[in-house]
Design a protein around this ligand. Structure first.
Ligand code: NAD
Ligand code: GLY
Length: 359
């Protein structure tokens, strides 16, 4: 097992990464501080892994809530169902919430934990590649709104992140690949060594080679932990984690939540951001080609949906947490391995990028 630490003074917590971690009772139980425990999962993950968690919780007062599976259920309405269960069970402020699932469950469970009685402890057990390399670490929690992705939420750190790589065996290829988009993101924004490793070893990752997976999960978490430790509330450097996300979120919202997986939308968004970085004079054509080639080698989509027009992107991108005074601000690339802080770009340049791909 590998253990990393997110250093946030009294809010610091460990990330455990390894095989068979769900079998280790002590690893989980030592982070639970009182008898009341609620496990939040969805119908898919619950069917496969709920018992692996429950078997460690003999002697606790345990409640389970299984939400429907899908990004379209990442809403306030479904978070309310978690509050209902907590209140019906008379859970109090010392209760612990365990989020068992992918990024959707992690974000919703974390948000419920942040809000219930103004905050109860929670534990992340991420079960997708995307959740293990990104969403379970760093304390961003929340839900979508019909008008914008992740628009309602809170920064709220977990007690620990328990990433058991064995659970990835039941993940389908489309989900595995979606997670690789966020790994490529780390390479692009600050880790050239990782980017080059991915260029040379993508086929190992796609074959689910366990050493390759362990390498990218650890390296991604290490990158994320360092950024979060430096800037928990995204007043500066943390924004670089949003490379491709403003475009990607517009696609997720514009096409209807769940149509494009988050990682797929981010991959297309990275393509847009790379094109715009070239128009800004930062990336060369060769660098953009390298980025697109890496995304394609992971079998990620790079062509945006034909259904979305330039005006719709602009409209949706106007609702983004990085924007200031109504001005769209984007994370772009100065080079492979170095992202910019949020920049305002000329609308005409942004439109050129959008027009060269979108309808
Ligand atoms: P997801 O949670 O929808 O999971 C993907 C699918 O895989 C679901 O159908 C799920 O039921 C299934 N699944 C999960 N684990 C499985 C397993 N081990 N075996 C079989 N099936 C399994 O999607 P995701 O890609 O994990 O997360 C995407 C979400 O994460 C988005 O809502 C995105 O906004 C959010 N996100 C948050 C952050 C953050 O910092 N909080 C960062 C990145 C993404
Ligand atoms: N996934 C973006 C962040 O955690 O900041």
């Amino acid at each position: 097992m590998k253990q990393l630490q997110v250093e946030l003074k009294e809010k610091s917590y460990p990330i455990y990464i390894g095989s068979g971690l769900l079998q280790e009772k002590e690893l989980l139980v030592k982070h639970i501080k009182s008898r009341q425990v609620i496990v939040v999962t969805n119908t898919t993950v619950g069917t496969i892994y709920l018992n692996s968690v429950l078997k460690h919780l003999d002697g606790f007062q345990v409640e389970v809530i299984e939400l429907p599976d899908g990004e379209q259920f990442k809403t306030l309405e479904y978070v309310t169902k978690i509050f209902d269960k907590l209140l019906e069970s008379k859970f109090n402020r010392s209760a612990t919430l365990i989020a068992l699932g992918g990024g959707v469950i992690g974000d919703m469970g974390g948000f419920a934990a942040a809000c219930y009685q103004r905050g109860i402890p929670f534990i992340q057990i991420p079960t997708t590649v995307l959740a293990q390399v990104d969403s379970s670490v760093g304390g961003k929690t929340g839900v979508n709104h019909a008008l914008g992705k992740n628009m309602i939420g809170a920064f709220y750190q977990p007690q620990c992140v328990l990433a058991d790589m064995d659970v990835l065996n039941t993940l389908d290829d489309r989900q595995l690949i979606a997670g690789i988009a966020e790994i490529i993101k780390y390479g692009l924004i600050r880790d050239l060594v990782l980017f080059e490793w991915l260029e040379n070893n993508m086929s190992l990752l796609l074959q689910r080679d366990s050493n390759a997976l362990a390498y990218v999960i650890e390296r991604s978490c290490a990158n994320k932990a360092e950024i979060v430790a430096e800037d928990e509330f995204e007043s500066g450097i943390r924004a670089i984690l949003n490379l491709g996300h403003t475009f990607g979120h517009a696609i997720e919202t514009g096409m209807g939540y769940g149509k494009y997986l988050h990682g797929e939308a981010v991959a297309i968004g990275i393509g847009f951001a790379s094109d715009l970085s070239k128009r800004m004079g930062w990336l060369s054509k060769e660098e953009v080609d390298r980025i697109i080639a890496l995304l394609k080698s992971a079998k990620l989509p790079v062509v945006p949906p034909k259904e979305m027009a330039v005006e719709q992107y602009i409209d949706l991108m106007a609702v983004d947490k990085k924007n200031i005074d109504g001005k769209i601000r984007l994370i772009l690339l100065e080079s492979i391995g170095k992202a910019t802080l949020p920049v305002s770009v000329e609308q005409s340049l942004l439109e050129q990028t959008l027009r060269s791909y979108a309808g």
